[in-house]
Ligand binder design. Structure first.
Ligand code: MF3
Ligand code: CO
Ligand code: CO
Length: 294
């Protein structure tokens, strides 16, 4: 590869046109030896996806969203998080897929169920849901070798205004992050949009857990922080597949992980909510591979 590929977006284009790289060969990938796919792999270890890969991830994604809808119907006061685990596990297997969380780095169950002050990675157990709880259900399925990852936060019966507020902020945070996903914008633009909005609403954004590339593995480059600076980080290009999954707290952003080594809770016991989708960057913007209305 030519060293000039390390040119930054605002540097002069190595082709000698006198234009900035981002206004010239960066747009067209002409005059260069390596394809964008080869560059992103070499420089960032990002595997851009083929049209075939997208079809595969989308199939897994449809199952994930169907599973979340099933869980949504099932959630009510009196059930346990283990009941949700069994529902998700059985439905995933019945549809010829595998629940990715099960035995992932020692995770003992098939889905993450995170109630109230639990930020993420809640382990299903015999905890009984009660009226007024909020619960995030995070489903990742592997179908024909392809992973898709999405989550939603649900209300258990009637919930108070604080619960409605944080769930609404989490939903809108994902929406705002998605709104800037298009080629030429950067990963930093996504985090910037989320952080500006959520903090402006008086909520805080978790830093320790971030979105991630996904494809034939659960977590792959790039990292997608839900905070950051405009124009910073890697430039988005078509074929990048990753999750955006902002976790927002009604109190401070700090967390603690319980003895089980998984359950992340807010330090101040404030409520936390999250929504997640898996998306692909397209020529004009993005397409959700786990689409649901936000
Ligand atoms: N689904 C989570 C994510 O959004 C990861 C869960 S890892 C597990 O990245 F082991 F807890 F399942
Ligand atoms: Co994820
Ligand atoms: Co997830």
């Amino acid at each position: 590869m030519k060293e000039e590929f390390l040119a930054g977006r605002n540097d002069l284009c190595p082709c000698g046109s006198g234009l900035k790289y981002k206004r010239c060969c960066m747009l067209h990938q002409t005059a260069h030896d390596l394809s964008v796919a080869e560059l992103y792999l070499k420089n960032y270890r990002i595997k851009l996806k083929t049209a075939n890969d997208i079809v595969g991830i989308k199939k897994a994604g449809k199952l994930v969203v169907d599973t979340l809808r099933l869980a949504e119907e099932f959630v009510r006061p009196g059930i346990t998080t283990n009941d949700i685990n069994n529902l998700v596990h059985d439905y995933t297997i019945k549809n010829g897929a595998r629940p990715a969380p099960l035995n992932y780095r020692g995770f003992p169950k098939s889905v993450c169920t995170s109630v109230n002050e639990v930020i993420c990675h809640g382990i299903p157990c015999d905890r009984v849901l009660v009226e007024g709880d909020i619960i995030n259900v995070d489903v990742t399925s592997v179908l024909d070798e392809y992973y898709a990852d999405a989550n939603m936060t649900f209300f258990v019966g009637e919930c108070n205004a604080d619960a409605h507020k944080i769930v609404s902020i989490a939903r809108e945070s994902l929406k705002r992050g998605l709104s800037v996903v298009k080629p030429d914008n950067t990963i930093g633009d996504i985090g910037y949009m989320i952080q500006q909005y959520a903090e402006g609403e008086g909520a805080s954004v978790v830093r320790e857990f971030i979105g991630h590339g996904i494809g034939k593995s659960f977590h792959e480059p790039p990292d997608i922080p839900h905070f950051g600076r405009q124009h910073s980080g890697i430039t988005l290009v078509p074929g990048m597949v990753f999750t955006i999954e902002p976790m927002v707290n009604s109190g401070k952003r700090f967390l603690r992980v319980l003895e089980d080594q998984w359950t992340a809770v807010t330090r101040d016991s404030s409520l936390s909510a999250q929504f997640e989708q898996t998306i692909v960057v397209t020529e004009n913007g993005y397409e959700s591979l786990t689409p649901y209305e936000l």
